[in-house]
Design a binder for this molecule. Structure first.
Ligand code: GTP
Length: 396
């Protein structure tokens, strides 16, 4: 495990942490304004690039020595990058946990274990510090959000993705993202998103979604308030399609924008019609920063602590948290899609059953025909045998 030097970054243009609503801003400031984000997923999906894009600076430098031999530096250890994000009078201590890509091995059994161990270790370390007589200053690296990078295959989630997400979601606020979404067309992306959402719901993976229920952190909001509408829009965009880049290009109007350049044009990172980067950054560092911190404290850490004190077995994939998964399908549009899909599957099953029955009937008919043929042949054989016997008699 290595720790990079602390960087202070004054984001240009601002990331938005200073725009936390006043009351939340105050709580975040009192609690020390510290936020820990973990990125994980298969190798080469743009996790390191995303971190640098998110904080609008090169938080993680490429190793010049290594770069001479390999053009892209692989993350081989769990890296802890520390930064202080300063905006106006607000400063946020950010810890980013960059994890090595997994899934490259022939046997990827338990590829998620180092991630789970890291999250558990942080809870454990915090718990021990709390048990000390002097516990004012605590070293806290509890993970507030885990960004899980999904390969943009356009097909669906792999069993390894499902298993890893299931396990991570029981310990931390899991936010799945579609990596390198610029490699998919808009249509492919929509289909891919919809498939991933269906798997997440079917497998009951507990991903972090902005709270919509009353009685949540935001119970001061009415169901029709702009904040609730914003929350609903964020839920509809999940899993967020992200694009990362560390380069700026002229957008044709003389303004440099962070983008990826293609022969046919630019994919602008901050453009909502190109990707969901801005939505995700807003969720992480502005609107739901405090929700992420509070759910980590009140749900994930508390559950871990309780289980440890009760002597629970943390090997169980469903532990520590067994809270019900929030539904992604609040939107009637997704309900309709789900119903249409159910109908499609039922029709397919019926058609297959019909085809199978027809095939069974054909086999029965064929057997009857063959039995008839067999009887014919047997009677012909009998006749021939009789003729042979008669001939032999005559001959004698
Ligand atoms: P590991 O450290 O091996 O786990 O890789 P990583 O997931 O950190 O990927 P990294 O950020 O090193 O990026 C790998 C390659 O993908 C680099 O060449 C990046 O320029 C490229 N890349 C990063 N983000 C994107 C993206 O959004 N779209 C496209 N098309 N390429 C990207």
């Amino acid at each position: 495990m290595s720790a990079a030097a602390t960087a202070t970054t004054t984001a240009q243009p601002p990331v938005g942490v200073s725009n936390l609503p006043n009351q939340r801003y105050k709580i975040a400031n009192e609690r020390g304004g510290s936020f820990t984000l973990m990125v994980c997923g298969e190798s080469g999906l743009g996790k390191t690039t995303f971190i640098n894009t998110l904080f609008q600076t090169t938080l993680k430098h490429q190793d010049a020595q290594q770069r001479r031999y390999t053009p892209i530096k692989k993350t081989v250890d769990i890296d802890i990058i520390r930064a202080i994000l300063e905006e106006k009078n607000f400063s946020l201590r950010v810890n980013v946990i960059d994890t090595p890509g997994f899934g490259d091995n022939v046997n990827n059994n338990k590829a998620w274990q180092p991630l789970i161990d890291f999250i558990d270790d942080q809870h454990d370390s915090y718990m021990r510090q709390e048990q000390q007589p002097y516990r004012k200053v605590k070293f806290d690296l509890r993970v507030h959000a885990v960004l899980y990078f999904i390969k943009p295959t356009g097909h669906g989630l792999k069993p390894l993705d499902i298993e890893t997400m299931k396990r991570l979601s029981t310990r931390a606020n899991l936010i799945p993202v579609i990596a390198k979404s610029d490699t998919l067309t808009a249509q492919e992306l929509q289909v891919f998103k919809s498939r991933i959402r269906q798997v997440i719901e079917a497998q009951e993976i507990r991903i972090f979604t902005p709270p919509l229920e009353t009685g949540s952190v935001k119970d001061d909001e009415s169901p029709d308030s702009p904040a609730m509408e914003h929350a609903r829009q964020l839920i509809e965009s999940m899993p967020f399609a992200v694009v990362g880049s560390e380069n700026k290009y002229d957008n044709g109007q003389g303004t440099p924008v962070v983008a990826r350049q293609y022969p046919w044009g630019l994919v602008e990172i901050e453009n909502d019609s190109h990707c969901d980067f801005r939505k995700l950054r807003g969720l992480l560092l502005r609107t739901y920063l405090l929700d992420l911190i509070l759910t980590t404290e009140e749900l994930h850490y508390e559950t871990y602590r309780r289980l440890r004190l009760e002597g629970g077995n943390s090997e169980d994939p469903n532990l520590p948290v067994k809270a019900p998964a929030r539904k992604l399908s609040h939107n009637p549009k997704y309900k309709e899609e789900e119903n249409a899909l159910k109908k499609y599957f039922t029709d397919q099953v019926k058609a297959e059953e019909q085809r199978f029955r027809q095939w069974e009937q054909n086999i029965v008919n064929e057997r009857i025909r063959l039995n008839g043929d067999l009887e014919d042949i047997q009677s012909k054989v009998k006749k021939l045998e009789e003729q042979v016997r008669n001939l032999q008699l005559k001959k004698r």
